[in-house]
Write a protein that binds this ligand. Sequence first.
Ligand code: SCD
Length: 666
Amino acid sequence: MSSVRAKGIYKSLPNLAKSWQSSEAGQAPFVRGPYRTMYQQKPWTMRQYAGFSSADATNEFFKKQLENGQTGLSVAFDLPTHLGLDSTDERAQYDVGKTGVAIDSVEDMKRLFDGIDLSSVSVSMTMNGAIMPILACYIVAAEEAGYASSSLRGTIQNDILKEFAVRNTFIHAPKPSLEMSIDVVEFSQKKLPNFNTMSISGYHFQEGGATPELELALTLAHAKVYLLACQKRGLDLNTIARRLSFFFASGMAFFKEIAKLRAARKLWHDLLVELGVTDEQALRMKMHCQTSGVSLNAESPYDNLTRTTVEAMAAVMGGTQSLHTNSFDEAIALPSDFAASLALGTQQILQQETGLIDVVDPWGGSYMMETLTSEMIDYVNSTLISLESGEGVLAKVEQGDIAFFIHQQAMQQAQLSKPFVTSISDQQDKPQVSPRVIHSEKALESQRLSINKLKLVRNNRLVNQSLEKLKEKALSGQNLMPYVVAAIKHRATVGEVTEALCQIHPRFFPQQKISNELLDSEDLKTVRSRYQQFMNKNGRALKVLFTKVGLDGHDRGAKQVVATLKAVGLDVTYLPVLTPFSEVQSMIQNHHFDVVGISSLAGAHLDFSKAVFSCIDPVKTALIVGGVIPDHDFESLEKIGIEGIFTRHSEIGLVVNRIIELVEAK
Ligand code: SCD
């Protein structure tokens, strides 16, 4: 299947006969925008995704951003919350508050929004795994603060299918997870009429390695699965689809990204019409966009401001309703206040100083843009046919085929990617970047206190009764949301609700499929011959254990390294995301490995390095670490005994060479 062209000479408007090319914004099929007046009536919402440490710390940050002119909120939860683990759970110990805010109960949720007017600020929550207890916490917290749930405005991500392919914060198997997400849609339609009940996401596909066109195809494939599941429940798509929204990436392929958003609106319209939808509000696709995380460079971080500006312009010219601009230091760690302010400022400049909001669909009618849009539509339609072939999309999700497909794309993209421009490479001229440091122990301590206090004052009998009722209903296949809300109201924790659900629908551990394709670059040929020499000399393969300890689900890099090491010929064992630490420990104790590698992108590299180092025999085994590793942590890692530190942009050849060097030195 050919992809969409983004180069060349465009001499005429293609397929001029196609009616959509003469439609206006606010008119079906909405290629030119969902509203007639677009930003002239209401500029896009500036919605920065944020959250860290405790509810109090994040609340303070939210208030500051609102004071600075941000127009919507977007909550990032920490990994334990995503996975329905209370902060006090042993599995959560190194990840509390690291990449988002820790929410264990309704009391934390109340503190998160304390002093913020929930009837005027719309709130988006990126939650998929622990969707039901977290949404219930929000509803109960808002009601107890005096807001009628019908007055609440916002969005819950509730897109579980993509989690199995790229983001990895699922809890149960795909089928029960899908049912729970439809429970949320059905319940919210009545209880939260102003809430968008899903934010069907392509963003993470592109972050995981998909091209913009594949991102769109996969997003719509998932959207169709949700629509059909709603239909099967007997829900009216004319009502449901009004509150389904979308979330896309905006990367550096400037023209293609604009074309993608234009094409997306037409494809969504056509899909709904095919399913019998006639309601105009339902037919107009609404979307949030985020600039690309993978396009950011850690070596020359100020250049990221330029990248983000270009990406934000693409999202705006494509007609997004809401936008997050990444902070320039995000390739290094969580954004500092300084970087977060500049990121918001980028949107404010585009909105207030450039005149961008005055023109609806500025690229409409351009030979190039109409051609790209048309090609994007054709590509997605033909890709949808192949995604739906065989046993269908849901089966492909269940069998890990979509995850594998993305992984293969990432391998190909890695070969095609252009080198970063680094305008400031001289160390002396390099501005100092001080990203936010999270003191996980402090966050953990505050969560521990909060949970203990909650458990002291609540009525345990009522909590247990409500959890028993929930389990009973989970067996019966009824909509579970009312029972989760009841349990949360009685002060059950997010972890307790999840545990009750897991007793009926156990935690899911998918098979990981890793590509064995050999990447054919010159670099790798050199590395292979070096490795061959090692093998000839030592008469054996190098044994490597590669692990993503902890809860961090960003495994694109880890899978690429594993695939490449395997392709070079090393004997690699891979322990994927969500492997309990005890399993890593027992693997190390019961087998010999020349090298153990840890991949960490969520800030827990120091804690995990210490923990894993205490399991190895450093005389026989070397420990290496890769991922998002800030410069200022290199020294601490070396002190722990780490013998190789690699960042996201380290050449794979360098990793293999270092592994061989380490083994030869031992
Ligand atoms: C707007 N309105 C108009 C109009 N413009 N009406 C007439 N004419 C116009 N020109 C109306 C709308 O119809 C709507 O009314 C109201 O104004 C609000 O505008 P909106 O356009 O709907 O904007 P907003 O409320 O901001 O909603 C935008 C989305 C919403 C619909 C896209 O779903 C959203 O905000 N999504 C954000 C999702 C998010 O933050 N995700 C973060 C993901 P009504 O409401 O009456 O219809 C982060 C993430 O996953 C990061 C990666 C990771 O963690 O791995």
